[in-house]
Design a protein around this ligand. Structure first.
Ligand code: DGY
Length: 326
């Protein structure tokens, strides 16, 4: 807000509450706007763009994902799109590792026991789960990545430090693995290989699978029953991308019937309408947090700052700090 308010020539209308903006409010307040800052929860489609009117120059989304935006509709109207890559990479990579550990090590079930006042007696194999790090019993550990962009590569750096020995990925890296990553891999004692594979190998060989590809039609339910049936029994699936990539019913069945060990989810298809009766919520080895991947003070301030700068640059027809090429 401080950045926007410094511009005397810009009149700002703000949704006044700290929660998702109501559609009707957005539809009526966007009329006549030259630019708008939105969240990934706001659908940017023909309806909204029509309401805004032909003077609209820029949509600035405070998110790295843009599956909520109809790119074709923007392109048709010559409306530019700003987004917030890079600034949330570390926060989401951190949370991905947290969920991998929580799901593998019974974090969810353990917390529930303690909160229910049922601290269990210690027993040698009680609450054991698969270890993320390689060990004498499991000398190799493979981290799989569906999508190998910035966040996936940052997650790999973290799990390499945990002693993962192999990395496999599918999908195009948004940029080739960067020099920093190569240096890091060369210095790491246990990570031995980084290999691009097809989906079949990704499913069969991942001990922990990080879903980090963009949402949208092309990746809809790419993790389906067929994929899950191929996974290892001790494997852990982590989704910090978009809920639509994973078929929730198939995942719930995979957990219930123990085709895989556990799941750590920051996103679920249909969120925020994911109640206590949801099949995934009911699974004890499914750890779910409510889309908080980028939720650190530092990252959200960076995202808001970038979104404001993108907006102002778009209004002034200048180059944006982070513009998506339509
Ligand atoms: C994004 O930026 O796309 C996240 O899902 C929300 O931070």
């Amino acid at each position: 807000m401080a950045i926007l308010r410094k511009r005397a020539d810009v009149q700002v209308t703000v949704w006044p509450e700290d929660r998702t903006c109501e559609r009707d409010w957005l539809l009526s307040n966007i009329a006549g706007a030259d630019g708008v800052i939105v969240l990934f929860t706001d659908k940017i489609n023909a309806e909204l763009l029509e309401r805004a009117g032909p003077q609209l120059k820029v949509v600035s989304t405070m998110s790295v994902g843009y599956d909520h935006v109809s790119l074709g509709e923007l392109y048709k109207r010559k409306v530019r799109l700003g987004y917030t890559p890079d600034v949330l990479t570390d926060a989401v990579a951190d949370l991905s590792v947290m969920l991998a550990l929580m799901a593998g090590r019974n974090g969810g079930a353990g917390i529930t026991l303690v909160k229910d006042g049922q601290w269990p007696e210690f027993a040698p194999f009680f609450m054991c789960g698969p270890q993320l790090s390689s060990s004498s019993l499991a000398p190799t550990r493979t981290a799989g990545f569906l999508g190998f962009g910035r966040i996936a590569q940052a997650t790999l750096k973290r799990v390499a430090a945990f002693g993962v020995t192999h990395c496999i990925y599918s999908g195009n890296p948004s940029s080739p693995p960067d020099t920093a990553l190569e240096v890091h891999l060369a210095e790491d004692h246990r990570l031995q290989s980084v290999r691009r594979v097809d989906l079949d190998v990704l499913a069969r060989e991942s001990d922990v699978l990080f879903v980090l590809a963009p949402g949208g039609e092309k990746t809809y339910h790419v993790i389906d029953e067929k994929f899950l049936r191929k996974m290892r029994r001790h494997s852990v699936l982590v989704n910090t991308a978009r809920g639509t990539l994973v078929d929730s019913d198939a995942l719930a069945m995979a957990l219930r019937e123990e085709w895989i060990w556990g799941a750590g989810l920051d996103v679920v298809e249909g969120e925020p309408n994911v109640g206590a009766g949801h099949p995934l919520v009911k699974e004890p080895r499914c750890v779910i947090v409510p889309h908080i991947g980028s939720a650190t003070w530092e990252t959200r301030v960076d995202m808001a700052t970038l979104a404001a700068k993108n907006l102002l640059a778009g209004l002034s027809a200048e180059s944006m700090p982070a513009e998506l090429d339509l």
